[in-house]
Design a protein around this ligand. Structure first.
Ligand code: UDP
Length: 242
């Protein structure tokens, strides 16, 4: 795997979507477990504010990809070659497509009751042949965890998608990865909601114009405080250049 670039001290693998999928598949076939994080500006800023989370992203994740216009801009502003944005939702869909073609098994864990199942139904419509071998919602008690892990392992899943929101999903994956047999471990935030049609994603033109954050804020004004990380991120990146 190529050496990562550093954005505010966080290692980021500046690769294309195609390279990311190829890397994940090769490692899966080699039976190497990969904890993959699609890091946007919010996640990179979270690393600055929370030492435990920083360790998870900087030391535990094997693959950290540049998600969001902010991460791509930052990498380029710092003088690195960042070929493209590798958004979590897009990578999730690419891996589902791969599952459909190669019969790799996927497990959907997270979201409100019924959402993972609705995302599974949509995945089966979009990617005929996709192997979604199990679902579990993301509202559980600590004592349920052993049963959830047993269910994931019994399903024979190769890829585990966890939608508990950041940083909960990354913390959960790192705490339990040693007990999990799946080879691709990925936190995907609200992606089941988007795939299931419960939450809208920004239109393509807004994604292309780096305005996905504005769409998100318009749809979920409650994210305002979280999104204050974005201007802070820009200032920090500009300052870090000098
Ligand atoms: N969620 C969950 N369990 C929890 C908290 C959240 O399953 O204890 C789910 C929630 O239903 C939603 C997703 O996690 O589907 C969080 O989505 P969001 O877009 O907020 O993700 P983030 O941007 O925080 O990664």
């Amino acid at each position: 795997m190529q050496d990562p670039i550093k954005i505010l001290g966080v290692p980021v693998h500046a690769m294309t979507m195609q390279e990311a999928v190829k890397t994940l598949e090769e490692r899966m076939l080699a039976k190497e477990q990969t904890f993959v994080v699609t890091a946007n500006a919010e996640i990179i800023m979270m690393c600055h504010e929370n030492a435990e989370y920083k360790k998870i992203i900087c030391e535990d994740a094997e693959l950290v990809l540049p998600d969001g216009a902010g991460a791509v801009w930052a990498g380029r502003h710092l003088g690195y070659k960042v070929p493209e944005r590798v958004a979590g939702f897009d990578l999730y869909n690419e891996l589902l497509d791969l599952s459909a073609h190669k019969s790799y098994k996927a497990y959907f864990f997270g979201g409100s009751p019924g959402v993972a199942e609705a995302a599974k139904a949509k995945a089966e419509e979009l990617y005929p042949g996709v192997q979604v071998v199990g679902c579990h919602n993301g509202y559980f008690k600590d004592e349920d965890v052993p049963q959830i892990i047993a269910d994931i392992n019994a399903s024979g899943a190769d890829m585990l998608f966890v939608a508990l929101g950041a940083p909960k999903q990354e913390k959960w994956l790192v705490a339990h990865r040693a007990e999990l047999n799946a080879k691709i471990l990925m936190g995907i935030g609200g992606s089941f909601d988007v795939l299931a049609g419960k939450m809208e994603r920004a239109p393509k033109w807004m994604q292309d114009a780096s305005l996905e954050w504005a769409f998100r804020l318009y749809k979920q004004p409650s994210r305002f405080m979280r999104m204050m990380a974005l201007p802070k991120f820009v200032i920090k990146v500009m300052a870090s250049k000098f």
